[in-house]
Each structure stands twice: as structure tokens, then as C-alpha cells.
Design a protein. Structure first.
Length: 112
């Protein structure tokens, strides 16, 4: 029985070694060139690329908007948040498509 375990251990070790060698060696069939995006992604979290339909709003201004009973769209964001940056192109597209002003509240500032 011990021989069976030893043979199994040797075969397993050889398989692991072969897999490691295969994955660590350079595969010539894989294309390694870097492809640049066709157009620049504009982030709502980036002030320089901020579309005209997206406006920054403070906590006090938000309270005024709510008390005025106007219909509006607002969202919270943080400039360093990965998910906020990921959602930004969709928010930009929505503001342009529906021609609506979307207000954003930066939660990283102390006053908000």
C-alpha cells in the first residue's frame, strides 16, 4: 500500500511541476501588445472632464432643493472610489441623453 502512495505522490509532483513550467514559460501564441482605448473615458469624479449637465452641490444646497419640492437627480460620490469612477461614464451618458442636470455630492469633504 505504501508503494501506491509513493507512486501517487511522484505522479502528483510531476504533474504540478509540469503545470508550473507550462504556466511560467512564455507562450509565443499569446499576443502581448498593449491596445490603447479608442476614445478617452470622461469621469464624473474628474472635475476637469465634468460635463455641463453635472453640477457639484453642497449639503445645504441639497436641503434647499429637497425643501423646494423640485424634481431632481442627485448622487453621492467620492473622487477616490473605484466604483464611483466605474459608474461615472454611465452617469455622464444619462445626463446628456435626457438633457437633465444631475447634482453630485462629494462625501469626502468635511462639510458634506
Amino acid at each position: 500500500m505504501k508503494k501506491v502512495y509513493k507512486i501517487g505522490a511522484v505522479i502528483t509532483t510531476l504533474c504540478v511541476a509540469c503545470i508550473a513550467i507550462f504556466t511560467l514559460t512564455k507562450n509565443e501564441s499569446v499576443n502581448t501588445e498593449t491596445i490603447a482605448p479608442e476614445k478617452t473615458i470622461v469621469s464624473a469624479a474628474d472635475v476637469k472632464g465634468l460635463p455641463e449637465n453635472i453640477k457639484d452641490i453642497s449639503k445645504e444646497e441639497l436641503k434647499e432643493k429637497i425643501q423646494s419640492h423640485e424634481e431632481f437627480i442627485a448622487y453621492y460620490y467620492q473622487p477616490t472610489c473605484h466604483f464611483c469612477k466605474k459608474a461615472a461614464p454611465d452617469i455622464n451618458r444619462m445626463s446628456k441623453k435626457h438633457d437633465r442636470t444631475i447634482y453630485r455630492i462629494d462625501i469626502s469633504t468635511p462639510e458634506n
